[in-house]
Design a protein around this ligand. Structure first.
Ligand SMILES: Cc1cc2nc3c(=O)[nH]c(=O)nc-3n(C[C@H](O)[C@H](O)[C@H](O)COP(=O)(O)OP(=O)(O)OC[C@H]3O[C@@H](n4cnc5c(N)ncnc54)[C@H](O)[C@@H]3O)c2cc1C
Length: 531
């Protein structure tokens, strides 16, 4: 069963190893455990619905609660603290594309706001219910999830947009194919959600981000259906797929998605190396990113993140040996930077690419430790998200933010983000531990993914107000350094005030005009994305 106020299924609990807990207590102090607001009380506070009756719409309070939020830290604070105040007036769960169409017509006939709902894993407030006079309908795509067509010859597959990660891969894998898109939220997020938020998967270096995997499909806008042909390339003017990607439910409901698939690879390995310092690590990884080698992943943790990863991993005996080995090879434990590198393809290709890649990294003094850390990482790649539940129960909040910058700005941006979070927290005489990794590397630059952990405050309102200030400080640092406000999570409500700095006034008004053309009544997920 899915947790109503946290991440994932209730039967999965992740324990924090003693060393991890000591580290947190040492860095931040004893956690400030807060009681959870009871579900029953929250359900009683859900107001009466303003929607007219329709056989496809449910008014069930629990369903309305489950569709009132995503998975951002503010969402968690409001759920756990019982301060969530806005709920959709009803939830439609159509089972076919025709029923989606019927719901959109019903919404148009009755002046209803529609929030398309994929897997509900947004971390930037995409699903927040706006404060408006008009009734709000959450339109869940959960049951619109079939494989419509598989075209082996063209390496294309057509799915209904609500299909979620595991179901999509299961159907492709059984025919010998994969999409290869693995965001950490894979278990619950949907294909439509990935497209609408411009998602990036853990192995996007090889398979491509969703922009590269999305070949075409169909979106139902209030002005009619847009059909997007899955041609492999085109010079026929601006690409309408780019308009749809990242539109965050603002222009309609994506119903059919045609994706580019790959044959299942013979080998899919992850190798770990350690560097003796951040500068050597960053230079090594930058050279690797420019090498054109077909890697599936390059993920470089800074020393603070390496320390946390190892402390949270458990396996104390093996880690002691690892520490001794690294010291012997000239890698000081306090400066060590762990880097995971993914290799995919035939046996022969993996062997050759690995040899080349490791030889590049050796020139930057990396120490290779083989595949065992990579195997553990792969096994737990979706499980580490459950640690958020564990940490909250111990009295700590965790949030992440991400950007991408050109290589010349990587060091300064990473330092500015971490510093902005640390200095902002100091005003409450509280500590915060902020650490980062480069999660996706490109020839011209890299994404930076920062995680920060801090103690819960005494009230949900105070935790939320601290989060707002931390988020603002970090977002200003990102914008000030010339980074994008989001590399993969999207804009939603949490990032929209920073979009103007990136797109400029003309860029914003162009998008506004396009959105109003396709959705003249501002029916589709208003108040998101654009300031
Ligand atoms: C623990 C965790 C880890 C994460 N890791 C990653 C990661 O590695 N990479 C990454 O990119 N993101 C990650 N995310 C963020 C999130 O999973 C992505 O943004 C994801 O793409 C959202 O998909 P969803 O199906 O859950 O969409 P939802 O959250 O349901 O919706 C997101 C937006 O898309 C719109 N939408 C959804 N489906 C449709 C549709 N069919 N038609 C029109 N609009 C639609 C919604 O209206 C909303 O605006 C993570 C989130 C969590 C909680």
């Amino acid at each position: 069963m899915r947790r109503w106020n946290g991440w994932g299924n209730t039967d999965i609990q992740i324990k924090l190893p003693p060393k991890g807990l000591y580290l947190l207590q040492d860095l931040l102090g004893e956690g400030q455990i807060q009681p959870d607001y009871p579900l029953e009380k929250l359900l009683q506070r859900i107001p009466d619905s303003r929607l007219p009756q329709h056989p496809l719409i449910s008014f069930d309070p629990k369903l309305r609660l489950d569709h009132a939020h995503g998975q951002s830290l503010p969402d968690w604070i409001r759920l756990r603290g019982g301060t969530l105040e806005r709920f959709p007036d009803g939830v439609a769960q159509p089972a076919t594309i025709e029923e989606v169409q019927e719901m959109l017509q019903f919404a148009a006939d009755n002046d209803i706001i529609v929030i398309p709902f994929g897997g509900g894993t947004s971390v930037v407030g995409h699903l927040e219910v706006p404060l408006v006079q008009r009734p709000v309908l959450s339109l869940s795509l959960q049951h619109v999830n079939r494989l419509i067509d598989l075209e082996p010859e063209n390496l294309l597959a057509t799915f209904e947009a609500g299909v979620r990660g595991p179901d999509l891969e299961k159907q492709l894998n059984s025919e010998g194919y994969t999409l290869g898109h693995y965001p950490q939220s894979f278990e619950f997020s949907s294909l439509g959600g990935w497209v609408l938020t411009r998602s990036s998967g853990q192995q996007s270096k090889y398979y491509g981000r969703i922009e590269q995997l999305f070949a075409g499909g169909e979106i139902l806008t209030p002005q009619g259906a847009l059909q997007l042909l899955p041609v492999p390339a085109s010079a026929a003017g601006p690409d309408l797929r780019q308009l749809l990607l990242g539109s965050e439910g603002r222009i309609g409901v994506l119903t059919k998605v045609i994706v580019r698939i790959s044959r299942l690879p013979e080998k899919d390995d992850i190798h770990a190396v350690f560097f003796p310092s951040w500068d050597e690590a960053r230079e090594g990884v930058q050279e690797l990113a420019g090498s054109f080698l077909p890697l599936s992943m390059v993920r470089l943790s800074n020393p603070k993140e390496t320390m946390v990863n190892l402390a949270f991993a458990g396996h104390e005996r093996q880690l002691r040996f690892l520490g001794q080995y690294l010291r012997m090879r000239g890698v000081p434990p306090t400066q060590a930077c762990m880097c995971l590198i993914g290799f995919i393809g035939s046996q022969r290709m993996v062997r050759n690419v690995r040899r080349e890649a490791l030889s590049i990294l050796r020139r930057h003094h990396s120490v290779s430790v083989g595949k065992s850390i990579g195997k553990v990482w792969k096994k737990n790649r979706f499980r580490s998200a459950y640690l958020r539940n564990t940490l909250w129960d111990l009295g700590y909040a965790v949030d992440t933010l991400e950007t991408a910058v050109t290589w010349d700005k990587v060091n300064s941006t990473m330092a500015a983000i971490e510093k902005s979070i640390e200095s902002c927290m100091a005003q409450w005489n509280e500590s915060v531990h902020a650490f980062s990794h480069l999660s996706h590397v490109y020839r011209s630059g890299s994404s930076i993914y920062t995680t920060y952990v801090f103690r819960l405050a005494e009230t949900p309102a105070e935790t939320l107000s601290r989060w707002k200030m931390l988020k603002q400080a970090a977002s200003q640092a990102v914008v000030g350094c010339g980074g994008t406000i989001s590399h993969q999570h999207g804009v939603g409500v949490d990032h929209k005030q920073y979009l103007k700095a990136e797109k400029g006034p003309l860029g914003i008004s162009t998008l506004q005009h396009i959105f109003s053309h396709l959705d003249p009544d501002q029916r589709m997920n208003p108040n998101k994305l654009l300031p």
